[in-house]
Ligand binder design. Structure first.
Ligand code: NAD
Ligand code: IPM
Ligand code: MN
Length: 342
């Protein structure tokens, strides 16, 4: 049997508390199914404060040789915003060509949504992962002076957009066969127009898939007024970041929201991580919900082709939420409860 190596990067804050549970779930699910080996990487705030390293080339090379990555979260209030986020997390997404940031939202039975009448929520956001405003194109001149100018340029390539659009349509074929393009084409006329034209072109190859368009601002309305209308939401990097946090809140909290950063060719590993951050406000208190991290481990298994094994995690999570979703529990209690059901 093939041996799989999983890179584990717990990172910072609650990332360090939830990732061990994701790894434990992975270990338990994989028992007797496949041989998984874990390689731990000491990357994040503590490492940076200790020796200034963010993502040394030698470590990135080792990460590139693994079969998949399990990541917690990065970011620490002691460190200037962006240093770790760009230098570690985004660097991995870009260098490993993780063109799709896949973010499912499902309202589990047993979870209390903040919406009075949430309906049957089950959609996936296909967020572009390597372009847009995240590229780092732009700069600051005359910094700190009254004449300072700061720019951030959104890069959208036909190549990058088309491959993620194709992913969304392929995914829709396996689901309810509906794609909603979300953008702001009434203002961002260059990129918005290109996204729309590419969607229209690709859609011709998928006559069974219907598609529509929403501006990002209206999307935030429907996300709370009628979230069950969505099946596959296709959008760019920044819009996708924002609406998936909102989607997380709508399905009961980002503690339930998993994600996968999917590599374009399997040349490099894909990366699985909860959508939430390091949550400095609750870090170190054994309060964080590890469910999103555990569901990310299930997404990892799906990605490697272990569908039944992944389903065993999904089922345990679903049962746990249904029975105990509304009880206040610590990180470790939730982790233990889910593991006990597997
Ligand atoms: P956050 O997601 O860390 O926290 C937002 C709110 O959600 C907080 O109140 C937090 O307590 C709560 N929360 C998050 N995860 C939770 C969980 N599992 N269980 C219960 N509650 C949870 O976002 P933020 O506060 O904007 O960012 C904090 C830091 O994390 C920043 O440095 C930011 O850059 C970083 N960040 C990293 C990632 C990532 O690594 N993927 C994602 C988002 C933010
Ligand atoms: C996320 C985070 C990251 C993003 C940050 C930390 C770079 O918010 O994974 O959602 O914006 O993609
Ligand atoms: Mn985010």
């Amino acid at each position: 049997t093939k041996k799989y190596t999983i890179a584990v990067i717990p990172g910072d804050g609650i990332g360090k508390e939830v990732t061990p549970w994701a790894q434990k779930a992975l270990e338990k699910a994989a028992e007797g199914v496949a041989e998984f080996e874990y390689e731990h990487f000491d990357l994040g705030a503590e490492r940076y404060l200790r020796d200034g390293a963010i993502l040394p080339e030698e470590e990135e090379d080792r990460i590139k040789q693994t079969d998949a990555i399990l990541l917690g979260a990065v970011g620490d209030p002691r460190i200037k915003a962006g240093i770790l986020e760009r230098g570690l997390l985004l660097k991995l997404r870009f260098d490993l060509d993780q063109y799709v940031n896949l973010r499912p939202s499902k309202l589990y039975r047993g979870v209390t949504s903040p919406l009075a009448d949430p309906g049957d929520i089950d959609f996936v956001v296909v967020r572009e992962g390597t372009e847009g405003l995240y590229c780092g194109a732009g700069g600051a001149v005359r910094r700190g002076t009254p004449n300072e100018v700061a720019t951030e340029v959104s890069i959208n390539t036909a190549y990058g957009v088309e491959r993620v659009v194709r992913y969304a349509f392929r995914l829709a074929m396996k689901r309810k066969k509906h794609v909603t393009l979300v953008h702001k084409k009434n203002v961002l006329v260059n990129a918005g127009d290109m996204w729309q034209r590419i969607v229209d072109k690709v859609a011709e190859e998928y006559p069974e898939v219907s598609h529509d368009y929403l501006h990002i601002d209206a999307t935030t309305i429907f996300m709370v007024s009628d979230p069950s209308r969505f099946d596959v939401i296709l959008t760019d990097n920044l819009f996708g970041d924002i609406i998936t946090d909102e989607a997380g809140a709508v399905v009961g909290g980002v503690g339930y929201s998993a994600s996968g950063c999917i590599n374009a060719s399997d040349e490099y590993p894909s990366m699985f991580e909860p959508i939430h951050g390091s949550a400095p406000d609750i870090a170190g208190q054994n309060k964080a919900n590890p469910t999103a991290a555990i569901l990310s481990a299930a997404m990892l298994l799906h990605h490697l082709g272990f569908d039944d094994t992944a389903a065993s995690i999904d089922a345990a999570v679903e049962a746990d939420i249904e029975e105990l979703g509304s009880t206040a529990r610590s990180t470790d209690e939730v982790g233990r409860d889910i593991l006990a059901r597997m």
